[in-house]
Write a protein that binds this ligand. Structure first.
Ligand code: FE
Length: 206
């Protein structure tokens, strides 16, 4: 946790919640109530399903409802509350829209501030020193390493999260999805697309 020293913008969940979670985990394992494996699966579920699912619902709604999208871009915190999503602790959610010629990506250069109300827990790479520093210095190169190649004409905007402001990317709706329902659209939206390190793709039909 040494990386958290030196700046005080983080009197926030990680330390306290993490400590309690660890204590609970040890207790449960000690009492043979649950295996470490089971806990890992729960955490994995939170990382990859439960959290990002909220964000995916927000994105899909914005794609099908222009008025909601307008409100979302104007005040993310208020708009996600319309969908029953809260859990923000005094910080604001700012939603930034990808569009032709502009690609957005989020980072926290100081530590690991993340819009967890909509995206769940941050992936390990988001917290890595390499991601945090390199995404600011050379975002295009880092995005290419994620497999996202942007053309020269596309401007990359990097949003540095803080304890006060969390960002989420509103990805572009992929072409050929006009026939999909809001629920089907939500199923296409990935965590990585909402961090800004991927596009939303339509899987090839089987
Ligand atoms: Fe942070």
């Amino acid at each position: 946790m040494a990386e958290h020293h030196g700046h005080d913008h983080h009197p926030e969940p990680p330390s306290a919640v993490e400590a309690r979670a660890r204590a609970l985990e040890s207790l449960l394992i000690e009492k043979n109530l649950v295996t470490a494996d089971a806990i890992d699966r729960i955490v994995e579920a939170y990382e990859s399903d439960i959290g990002p699912l909220n964000g995916a619902r927000v994105v899909a709604r914005a794609w099908v409802d222009p008025e909601f999208k307008r409100r979302l871009l104007a005040d993310g915190t208020a708009a996600i509350r319309e969908l029953g999503i809260s859990g923000l602790r005094g910080e604001h959610l700012v939603v930034v829209e990808n569009r032709p010629g502009v690609h957005n990506v989020i980072v926290c250069t100081l530590c690991s501030c993340y819009p967890w109300a909509v995206l769940g827990l941050p992936p390990a790479w988001y917290k890595s020193a390499a991601y945090r520093s390199r995404m600011v210095i050379n975002p295009r190169e880092v995005l290419a390493e994620f497999g996202l190649h942007l053309d020269e004409g596309t401007r990359v905007e990097v949003w540095d999260s803080s304890a006060e402001t969390r960002y989420m990317v509103l990805p572009e709706r992929p072409p050929g999805t006009e026939h999909l329902s809001e629920e089907e659209l939500a199923a296409l939206v990935t965590r990585d697309a909402m961090v800004g390190v991927a596009r939303v793709e339509v899987p090839a039909r089987t």
